[in-house]
Design a protein around this ligand. Structure first.
Ligand SMILES: Nc1ncnc2c1ncn2[C@@H]1O[C@H](COP(=O)(O)OP(=O)(O)O)[C@@H](O)[C@H]1O
Ligand SMILES: [Mg+2]
Length: 387
């Protein structure tokens, strides 16, 4: 027989009368009412034709300020204490003769930006919004976490890694990725071809939509932390059917026909990209120090035949690469490739050349080298111990 255990919860056996707990019931009703209201709001919201709310942006730092405006890294404040990074570019009005001129050019740019936002090509800056605030055009775009090509080849960038990475890695970077060429850093051919192919893909997508970039240059191409490239800065871009009343472009990277007064075309984007590639491969800024227009034109007329001379000997040995760059920057557009797609896909084109240079999986290799390099650069910048 089991031992008797005193039960101190005996009163749970007693039949009782329970009064309703008013407070508890009240709370339930309140919760129910709030839920119903929230559900109602949801149904109401999704049933509307349009919607609006206020948006607050924190302007965190200036990413760049130049030809046409100022670009900020901005933080869009969201609900639940979250925030989202993006870039805001404010277009400066003071270069325009009057407000009307500014407005009409900004309207044209806005239309181009909206078309570009629909392209959704991986190597073109994503456009989020076109805003006019207090008369000023503001473009909200993705923030590219990385550096532009002009910054990448500035000698201090490579130097910042010396002594931070181990000697084997330092040699590898110099053999495979980039190395000091005196005036600035030069990139190895496989890296340049990787960048070229991504720029070709981005520009071709623009050209298919009848948009000309019209200002291809190193500071308008960014390398992201992923190692991939993005073409940025639509400030000079236009639809072929609505060219700007007052074109903007950059002397050094403009092809001969543009310097001579012709409008930009897809083939002039091609030539500008060719000058960028030549610069990356050689580590020399083309036409540095030249200020006279006629001299610049003459130099550009001759340059396509001097590509092998300009390139370092190890690069110039690749005659197909020399031929490709030379054809991109031919002074007469009729001597260039027919289109950017042809450069990518022809028998001796960028894809084939890169296949020869990078024996393994070529699409991922270049981006991967760049990704690792950018990671090392950011570690080197943020602390001596980090890399
Ligand atoms: N979306 C962006 N994300 C990160 N950096 C940017 C972005 N847009 C511009 N920048 C930086 O700011 C510089 C200037 O911007 P850009 O749009 O080229 O204007 P502009 O050449 O008219 O001054 C760029 O070269 C780049 O370094
Ligand atoms: Mg720019």
């Amino acid at each position: 027989m089991s031992e008797y255990i005193a039960d101190d919860t005996e009163d749970m056996d007693i039949t009782r009368v329970f009064e309703p707990d008013d407070e508890e019931n009240g709370r339930d009703r309140d919760r129910e009412r709030k839920s119903r209201r929230l559900n109602f709001c949801f149904e109401d919201l999704i049933g509307r034709q349009e919607i609006s709310w206020e948006q607050v942006y924190g302007l965190k730092e200036i990413l760049g300020a130049g030809g046409q405006g100022t670009v900020f890294l901005a933080e869009r404040l969201g609900a639940f204490d979250v925030s989202f990074h993006l870039a805001l570019k404010f277009y400066r009005p003071n270069d325009y003769s009057d407000v009307e001129m500014y407005r009409s050019e900004m309207a044209r740019l806005a239309a181009v930006a909206m078309e570009v936002s629909r392209i959704q090509q991986d190597h073109i800056l994503d456009i989020y919004n076109v805003v006019e605030h207090e008369g000023i055009l503001v473009l909200a775009t993705e923030w590219v976490d990385g550096m532009n090509l002009r910054e990448l080849v500035a000698p201090p960038v490579l130097q910042s890694l010396k002594g931070k990475v181990n000697p084997d890695r330092w040699d590898y970077i110099n053999d495979v990725v980039m190395t000091n060429a005196g005036f600035q850093t030069r990139l190895m051919p496989s890296m340049v071809l990787g960048i070229l192919r991504e720029c070709l893909a981005g520009l071709s997508a623009l050209h298919r939509r009848k948009v000309i970039h019209a200002d291809m240059k190193p500071s308008n191409v960014m390398v992201k932390q992923t190692g991939n490239c993005k073409i940025i800065d639509l400030g000079s871009s236009f639809f072929t059917h609505t060219p700007p009343r007052r074109p903007t472009w950059t002397w050094r990277y403009a092809p001969v026909e543009v310097l001579e007064g012709a409008p930009h075309t897809p083939l002039s984007d091609m030539a500008s990209l060719g000058y960028v590639m030549l610069e990356l491969l050689s580590g020399k800024i083309p036409f540095v120090g030249v200020t006279d227009k006629n001299e610049l034109i003459q130099l550009k007329k001759d340059m396509w035949e001097r590509v092998a001379e300009i390139l370092p000997a190890d690069v110039a040995r690749n005659s197909k690469l020399v031929e490709m760059i030379s054809k991109m920057i031919a002074p007469d557009p009729a001597d260039r490739f027919d289109s950017l797609e042809v450069i990518e896909l022809s028998d001796n084109g960028a894809a084939a050349l890169q296949r020869q240079l990078v024996k393994v999986d070529m699409d991922t290799v270049v981006a991967n080298e760049m990704r690792v390099l950018l990671q090392e650069l950011s570690l080197a910048k943020n602390g001596p111990e980090a890399a």
